[in-house]
Design a protein around this ligand. Structure first.
Ligand code: PEP
Length: 291
């Protein structure tokens, strides 16, 4: 298989598509012929994974609509953000147990827009990641550098710092609950490299830039996962070879195949191009062809 970790295509709708539009999107996908035989084949054994990350108000309708279409094994519905506590005085937040009640078990964590506008930090992203993984959720955890950081040649330093702080906070959260990360937890974690300068700007990283950053992240995981690395930082990190790393930042049906041709790019986290069924379908078909 040319993609040893398969391909994951996740659409982030951000603050778009209320319940009526969510249903119309999914009906539109069906009218366009989703899932094709290639997608159905590739989704068996989860070589191809697809998901839409929808506004909280649309989660229930999207989940029900996916089930009505018979796609529960083909297209996941996930939250864009989830709090680490189960309940309490956290106005405006949703928790894992609340989401589970409506059949949601996938969440995005640490998106740069959460960091930029709502004060999310590596520490809070780490706590959310640990809490969700320990409650059986799948998590897509975002990291990435800003434009000034890239221009100053700090991309790798920023990625190292983010990874270190996220996994330090995740480990501390687990310890505080008397838990430890296991293979089963890590198998539910996907990373997303999203250079902030490429998100919603039309400025996609070149395949070379994406590959370089993804290879660096994987190398960092290898190092931190060794006895020396773990001892030095007391870190538990996901396994380097099996953890999927998605690229995000102005992915389109036109540039996706080039990005997927990179050995360390295992899929895409897509904003703008996931909002229309036509382009989202093309992305999924491109993912199926890359496997
Ligand atoms: C995103 O929302 O994570 C994203 C990458 O957006 P866009 O594809 O629009 O750049």
């Amino acid at each position: 298989m040319s993609k040893p970790r398969g391909v994951f295509v996740a659409g982030n709708w951000k603050m778009n598509h209320g319940p009526a539009a969510a249903r119309a999107f999914l009906d539109g996908l069906a009218r366009l012929g989703f899932p094709s035989d290639a997608v159905r084949r590739a989704s068996g054994g989860r070589a191809l994974q697809s998901a839409v990350l929808v506004p909280a108000v649309s989660l229930e309708v999207a989940r029900a609509s996916v089930a009505q279409h018979g796609w529960s094994d083909l297209l996941q519905v996930g939250s864009q953000n989830t709090h680490f506590e189960a309940s309490g005085a956290f106005t405006g937040e949703v928790s894992a147990p609340l989401l589970k009640e409506i059949g949601i078990e996938l969440s995005l964590v640490g998106h740069s827009e959460r960091r930029q506008h709502f004060g999310e930090t590596d520490e809070s992203a780490g706590k959310r990641t640990a809490s969700l993984l320990s409650q059986g959720f799948e998590v897509i955890l975002c990291i990435g550098e800003t434009r000034p950081e890239r221009e100053a040649g700090q991309t790798e330093a920023v990625l190292s710092r983010q990874l270190g702080e996220v996994f330090r906070a995740a480990g501390a959260w687990m310890k505080s609950k008397g838990l430890e990360f296991s293979r089963t937890h890590w198998a539910r974690l996907t990373l997303a490299y999203e250079p902030v300068w490429a998100i919603g700007t039309g400025l996609t990283a070149t395949p070379e830039q994406a590959q370089e950053a993804h290879a660096f992240i994987r190398q960092w995981l290898r190092g931190a996962g060794t006895a020396g690395g773990a001892a030095a930082g007391a870190l538990s990190v996901p396994p380097a070879e099996t953890t999927a790393i998605l690229y995000g930042g102005s992915v389109t049906p036109e540039n996706f195949a080039g990005l997927l041709a990179c050995p360390d790019v295992d899929g895409g986290l897509v904003g703008g191009a996931s909002l229309k069924p036509e382009s989202f379908l093309k992305l999924i078909e491109t993912g199926a062809q890359a496997i």
